[in-house]
Design a binder for this molecule. Structure first.
Ligand code: 26V
Length: 814
């Protein structure tokens, strides 16, 4: 007999081998005497999943017994990447599985390569959600993540003749061993229809009679913590046709048409929108959001009602976090359920709303704030539109009493934007209804307070805070850079930093130690892996590996990097033999996707390719300079590139990057940063010291004045020269690149590429100089890793838990 908390599955080599072979035979349905790497990966993944499920059940039982306040993290995007290596490391069974596999004749790393990435998100915001889930689990917080189970993840980027093409990412093709389909956890989600007044127990109530109902099915993805038994869940919703609600069509219409129509329901969760700049007001996109929000809210309320008779305790048991405004319909949805289904009455429902929601914004500009056309909302979600109007009416009345009849300000702060097309401003709705609004770095909060949300900040200063982003050291050091992980543990004399990142600072004590320098340099030299993947381009191992990887955006200024590379190329060409001997060889790596409709970003990708073509084939340049574009940047590519980088670039025009998180991953891995003083970089300067970074460019306070200057702005001659080279067709396609060159023409250069060029080149020269002095470079690298502790998502999550969500750890006994 097993006791309740006994461990069910054993992790000795024989048990593991048997489990894997069982899964080969019965899950994958291949003979245990004959299976390939891919089949072995699936069997392995299922054996790991069994262990995850066991822990997750135990965690659920524990949470249910203790009944803590829970955090519900609502995000439309999660960029999880691969799961296998991360899971076995967090479960603490990596070596056991690797041994068991090697006795079966397989290599763990080879099987891990079989897994595809789960790319259910665009960029920074989505990867941040994934890091935060890891920290929530590791820190034992009772949390659940909610999202959408897209059938098509972010498009695959294919480069043909230097141009980006998009291909669908049908990632579920071969099955997904990391999810558990919950056929019995389903909720109906309503759309369209009309709202009527009905009298119930002598009270008037609104009744929403929908025009369409779609079923949401739960798919659970367990997320294990590290160094704890706690395993939480990311619950993703998939759409399927509703059996209960759409029967009528069979009686009236053509049977075959009716079935085909039913299938259309599934399209709601079929595709991730690939634009990370703007919401286009598309009906399907709004449907998707409400679908996810409604299913999540029903699930949350069902869980609460399992143990509570009324809603008095709701705010003590529930914290709802909105990851940007994308899930902000949840506010109107909770309000609707409390009013129309639970009959709580406006004041009581509103009181609850104001206590449970918090919101984090991930953008800096007001143009990027989401708006939903009133007409669209009124047709798809008629009851929600009424509720939002009521919230706005109450707010406006209150506001008039507070600020008087300042109509401009009232109009700016209204949830409803008047104009040719009336819109609902989702950020205003969120600020008005949430108890806390968080920015993602200190500078970001400053910009919110003084610019984008100024009116609201003046009204409610207490609502506005910031939690500087962080990333998980489990994935970004332990999983992706095992040799650095071992080195750090050796020198700190403990592995405890994997849960307690503050210990990393201990590396500072050894920053000048010759023995550590030796080992650290060896570690930095593991570029070899990277070189192998760079493929066709021959690169020198002595070169500086200079990496610039992120979504392609004008504000992220990949163009500045490419112009710098052209300048370097041009300078080398004009050098004599002796001077060339002093050049530090460089391998420049650029990687990132452009939104499919973002023309300028796509031109930047093509420019990168034509410049690479020219430089890499110029024998006169040889090893001194190479430029490589790695296609299809995703989490797995990042895991490969980040540990191998010597220098990484973060070039956003100051004031445009809310935080930036890739810089944190590079920093932890001892990679030096060449960066503008933007987003979280400002806080990095405080942690690692200005002298250990290569900083350049206009500061956020300089930017407006520089823009003001327009055509009078001074730009260096080198800048004019490299732009001229492109214009003159030095790299071909001069007509095609004309619009790109026009964008950085003096007077038109919104992102200040020309204004920052001279200072960019100086920072590059400083990096070259530091690289030649190996001891200095190594010391800087050690100090970067040592000072990176603040940028762990463990710190971020702890701050959110204590200051925003009011939740406590709830640790499952092991
Ligand atoms: C906007 C929209 C508009 C509606 C359609 C879907 C969508 C998706 C993304 C966005 C804005 C991009 C949000 C984002 O990823 N922001 C990044 O968030 C990071 C994490 O906080 C932060 O480090 C980056 O600076 C910020 O750009």
């Amino acid at each position: 007999m097993f006791g309740l908390m006994d461990v069910f599955l054993k992790n000795d080599p024989l048990s593991l081998q048997k489990d894997i072979l069982d899964h080969v035979e019965f899950t994958v349905a291949k003979s245990r005497f004959n299976f390939d790497d891919f089949e072995a990966y699936h069997a392995l993944a299922h054996s790991v999943r069994d262990r995850l499920i066991e822990r997750w059940h135990d965690t659920q039982i524990h949470f249910n017994r203790k009944g803590p306040k829970r955090l519900y993290f609502l995000s439309l995007e999660f960029l999880m990447g691969r799961s296998l290596s991360n899971t076995v490391i967090n479960l603490g069974v990596r070596d056991q599985f690797a041994d068991a596999l090697s006795q079966l004749g397989f290599e763990f790393e080879v099987l891990a390569e079989q897994e595809g990435d789960a790319c259910l998100g665009n960029g920074g915001l989505a990867r941040l959600s994934a890091c935060q889930m890891d920290s929530l689990a590791t820190l034992d917080y009772p949390a659940i993540g909610y999202g959408l189970r897209y059938q098509y993840g972010l498009f695959r980027q294919v480069i043909l003749d230097g141009f980006q093409h998009e291909q669908p990412d049908y990632w579920l093709n071969f099955g997904n061993p990391w999810e558990i389909e919950r056929v019995h956890i389903t909720y109906p989600v309503k759309f369209y229809g009309t709202v009527t007044d009905e009298v119930l127990n002598k009270e008037k109530h609104k009744v929403w009679v929908p025009g369409e109902v779609v079923e949401a099915v739960a798919y659970d993805n367990p997320i294990p913590g590290y160094g704890t038994r706690n395993t939480i869940v990311l619950r993703l919703w998939a759409a399927k046709p509703s059996d209960q609600h759409n029967m009528e069509s069979y009686n009236t219409g053509d049977y075959v048409d009716a079935v085909v129509n039913r299938q259309r329901a599934e399209s709601i969760s079929s595709i991730l929108y690939p634009d990370d700049r703007s919401y286009q007001g598309k009906e399907l996109q709004l449907k998707q959001r409400y679908f996810f929000v409604s299913a999540s809210v029903q699930d949350i309320i069902r869980r609460f009602k399992d143990t509570h008779k009324n809603f008095n305790e709701f705010p003590e048991k529930v914290a709802l976090q909105l990851n940007d405004t994308h899930p902000s319909l949840a506010i109107a949805e909770v309000m609707r359920v409390l009013l129309d289904e639970e009959h709580l009455g406006w004041n009581r429902a509103w009181d609850i709303i104001c206590k449970i929601f918090s919101y984090t914004t991930h953008t800096v500009s007001s143009e990027a704030m989401e708006k939903i056309p009133v007409d669209l909302m009124g047709s798809l979600l008629p009851r929600h539109l009424q509720i939002i109007y009521d919230i706005n009416f109450n707010f406006m009345e209150k506001l008039k009493k507070m600020i008087g009849l300042d109509y401009d300000r009232l109009a700016r702060m209204s949830i409803v934007e008047e104009g040719a097309v009336k819109n609902i401003r989702m950020a205003n709705l969120s600020i008005i209804c949430c108890h806390t609004v968080n920015g993602v770095s200190r500078l970001h909060l400053e910009l919110l307070k003084t610019k984008v949300f100024r009116d609201f900040y003046e009204l409610w200063p207490h609502k506005f805070h910031y939690k500087t982003n962080g990333v998980t050291q489990r994935r970004w050091i332990v999983v992706s850079n095992p040799s650095l992980c071992a080195l750090i543990s050796k020198w700190l004399g403990t592995e405890a930093w994997i849960r307690d990142i503050d210990l990393l600072i201990g590396l500072r004590d050894h920053a000048t130690n010759a023995e550590l320098h030796q080992e650290w340099k060896m570690e930095l030299c593991n570029d070899l892996m990277l070189v192998c993947t760079i493929g066709n381009v021959q690169v020198s191992l002595n070169a500086m590996f200079d990496v610039h990887t992120k979504r392609i955006h004008e504000y992220k200024r990949q163009l500045l990097n490419i112009l710098g590379i052209i300048h370097r190329y041009d300078s080398i060409k004009n050098m004599n033999k002796n001077d060339r001997k002093k050049v530090v060889p460089r391998v420049c790596i650029i990687s990132g996707k452009a939104a499919p409709g973002y023309e300028i970003a796509k031109k930047i990708i093509k420019l990168c390719h034509v410049v690479a073509e020219k430089i890499n084939n110029d024998n006169d340049i040889g090893d001194l300079l190479k430029l490589v574009f790695i296609p299809d940047y995703n989490v797995s590519v990042a895991e490969l590139v980040i540990p191998g980088a010597d220098l990484s670039q973060h070039l956003s025009t100051a004031g445009h990057e809310a935080s930036g998180t890739s810089s944190m991953k590079f920093l932890m891995n001892g990679c030096l940063l060449l960066a503008t003083e933007d987003g979280s970089t400002i806080e990095m300067i405080e942690e690692v010291g200005r002298e250990n970074m290569f900083l350049f460019g206009a500061s956020v306070n300089d930017v407006p004045a520089l823009r003001e200057k327009g055509p009078a702005l001074k730009v260096p001659l080198q800048f004019l020269r490299v732009v001229r080279m492109i214009r003159d067709g030095h790299f071909g396609l001069k007509d095609y690149f004309k619009s790109l060159c026009d964008k950085i023409e003096t007077g038109n250069d919104y992102f200040l590429v020309g204004a920052d060029f001279a200072s960019y080149l100086e920072a590059q020269a400083a990096a070259d100089k530091a690289f030649v002095d190996e001891d200095r470079w190594t010391q800087m690298s050690i100090l970067c890793a040592a000072g990176s502790g603040k940028f762990s998502s463990d710190r971020t999550i702890q701050e959110y838990a204590e200051k925003t969500w009011g939740i406590q750890p709830c640790r499952c006994p092991s």
